[in-house]
Ligand binder design. Structure first.
Ligand code: ADP
Ligand code: MG
Ligand code: ZN
Length: 479
């Protein structure tokens, strides 16, 4: 059999750090990047006798996440202790919700090159984060407890994904959910969105799932896609050789592009879960859920449907815009200043989106100016080359596009009379191109149009210029 006869079965466990003001069980701040051990107190340092006090905002955020992913919200859930020793976990246990999670049975719809697919979510539960270890070369290891007790939600999917593209699309959807609802900034590079991948393989058409491997410490979409690809090939090769996949935890080596074994199932810890005796169960009333539901802002899918309907965008365009809250907000501000949404969207997706990274897109340029610029292009007042130049300038410094075009004399020449002289000069200067074109070489037209562009400082309407050149050189010889 060949690799084409196999498929991956993938389930993701995603941790999202909640952007609450305080930690889960104390009043400490949760700001990222504060000096080490400045956001700690007896509770999150697990001093003897310190008692936790549950932060209501965490429940609200977790419920918000549950509602935004179509989960049912359990009226009764409970906190358990997950016991393990680790230097960055002073309590020696993590508070989590093992047996009775807050949210169950939701889903997210993802869009890939194959179309729309529903990925089921098994559960969402609340837990606390551990601190951080900082390994110094030759000098030992430092412990920073600022992150101890920062609230997390863990979102566990059903094993519904079949390849890296689907896994990444699902993660993007989750990140968008976190940002649209405002529960987290979802930054992978700062660890506020973290993902473990469970992957097994099976023959296509087979129902039963194979033995899964868990891939840990994957901190970018790119690594996740590469790790999935590499682990899929490894498992298939192993099976094809007559071997068997063992349940284990592996990590992805970014340098070699391979996954490496970390620990086997037999070596896995027994966490000795038990209900936390210091915490009462979490009881959620129906009215509370409805109050939170009423406050949910417009989410990605709703915006997407609206864009398709109001602006006649394609599914792909609307998906790309709403995939990212910043970009979607940017579009909404720009589109008010534009009467040609299609041109605007083309410019955003082709010229703005590729330059935009995690930081806010508004820093790149003023959306209102871009809205106006798209109109100038759509209405033929400037040509697309000029448009791209003006867009570049707008990223340097904001200005009024109309004034700028006037001051720099960039308006497109749409007037036959005004273009006539340039067309004639281009034809005279490009004898060769004229001959080539008349012999049937269509591409020679480009240098003739180029001549007109040079003559007019790039301002000629290229479509009109081409039409005039054709008329002039294809015209039958005068008798
Ligand atoms: P555990 O309690 O050991 O963490 P779970 O049943 O909670 O196991 O599953 C963890 C994740 O692994 C889920 O996202 C689930 O969809 C996924 N998963 C479970 N079995 C498989 C399998 N055979 N292949 C791929 N993924 C799996
Ligand atoms: Mg698990
Ligand atoms: Zn604290």
């Amino acid at each position: 059999m060949s690799i084409k006869d196999y498929e991956s079965v993938i389930g993701l466990e995603v941790h999202i750090e909640l952007k609450t003001e305080h930690k889960l069980f104390c009043e400490c701040a949760t700001t990222f990047g504060a000096p080490p051990n400045t956001q700690v107190c007896p509770v999150c340092l697990a001093m003897p006798g310190a008692l936790p006090a549950f932060n209501q905002q965490v429940a609200e955020f977790a419920i918000l996440a549950g509602l935004a992913t179509h989960c049912s919200i359990e009226p009764w859930s409970r906190f358990d202790r997950k016991n393990y020793f680790y230097p960055d976990l002073p309590k020696a246990y993590q508070v989590t919700q093992n047996d009775f999670p807050l949210c169950r049975q939701g889903y997210l719809d993802i869009t890939t090159s194959e179309g729309v697919k529903r990925i089921r979510i098994a559960r969402i539960h609340i837990e606390e984060d551990a601190g951080k270890l900082i390994h110094l070369e030759d000098e030992g290891t430092l412990v920073d407890c600022n992150r101890c007790g920062v609230p997390l939600i863990e979102i566990v999917s059903e094993p519904d994904m079949r390849n890296g593209e689907e896994a990444v699309a699902y993660l993007r959807k989750l990140r968008a959910m976190a940002r649209y609802t405002g529960i987290s900034d979802g930054k992978m590079n700062e660890g506020s969105l973290r993902c473990d991948v469970n992957l097994s393989v099976r023959k296509k058409g087979q129902e039963a799932m194979g033995t899964r491997v868990e891939l840990k410490n994957l901190n970018s979409f790119n690594f996740i896609a590469r790790a999935i690809d590499s682990e899929f090939k490894r498992q298939v090769a192993l099976i094809e050789e007559g071997g068997t996949v063992v349940q284990e935890t592996r990590r992805f080596d970014e340098k070699t592009g391979q996954t490496l074994a970390m620990r086997k199932k037999e070596e896995a810890a027994d966490y000795r879960y038990f209900p936390d005796p210091d915490l009462v169960p979490l009881e959620v009333m129906g009215e509370e859920v409805e109050r939170i539901r009423a406050g949910i802002p417009r989410l990605a899918d709703e915006r997407k449907a609206q864009y398709i309907h109001d602006y006649d965008l394609t599914d792909y365009e609307a998906e790309r815009l709403t995939d990212d809250k910043e970009l979607s907000d940017f579009f909404e501000r720009a589109v008010v200043a534009s009467t040609n949404p299609k041109t605007l969207v083309n410019m955003i997706l082709a010229d703005v989106a590729p330059l935009y990274t995690e930081d806010t897109v508004e820093d790149l340029l003023n959306p209102v100016s871009l809205g106006r610029l798209s109109d100038l292009m759509a209405e033929g007042l400037i040509n697309s080359n000029t448009g791209r130049k003006v867009l570049k300038a707008l990223m340097e410094e904001d200005f009024d596009p109309d004034l700028y075009i006037e001051e720099h004399d960039l308006a497109q020449i749409n007037d036959r009379e005004k273009l006539m002289a340039s067309v004639e000069r281009s034809i005279q200067a490009n004898d060769r191109a004229v001959k080539d074109f008349l012999k049937g070489k269509e591409s020679a037209m480009r240098s003739l149009i180029g001549g007109v562009m040079r003559e007019t400082g790039g301002r000629a309407n290229p479509i009109l210029a081409e039409a005039m050149i054709r008329e002039a050189i294809e015209a039958p010889e005068q008798p």
